[in-house]
Design a protein around this ligand. Structure first.
Ligand SMILES: [Zn+2]
Length: 98
């Protein structure tokens, strides 16, 4: 079983404990990451989690504008790792909370 390929299902990411999801702005490329398992829990609490839920569907749930350009053009991808560690955008801390 190789690495998941797009379109990525959310449950493909959550198979890997601690996996992170990258939320990025399609307008200006601002980004941050989220714990994929917590995202799945939040969708499940709203009864929005399906086996067919794509990580692209997560972007549609984001209700706040980009802190950098104030537009709402969210997209998602699996978060990148560098030397096995997830990387966070240093400019993204304390924004978008959750
Ligand atoms: Zn933006």
């Amino acid at each position: 079983m190789g690495p998941p390929k797009p379109p990525y299902l959310l449950h493909q990411l959550t198979r890997d404990p601690g996996a992170r999801l990258k939320l990025y702005c399609g307008a200006c490329t601002w980004w941050r990451t989220y714990d994929a398992g917590k995202i799945a829990e939040r969708l499940a609490a709203k009864n929005l989690l399906r086996p067919s839920t794509l990580i692209a569907d997560v972007a549609k749930q984001v209700q706040w504008p980009c802190p950098a350009c104030h537009r709402m053009r969210w997209a998602t991808s699996p978060a990148e790792r560098r030397n096995g560690e997830y990387v966070e955008n240093p400019m993204a801390r304390a924004r978008g909370g959750r």
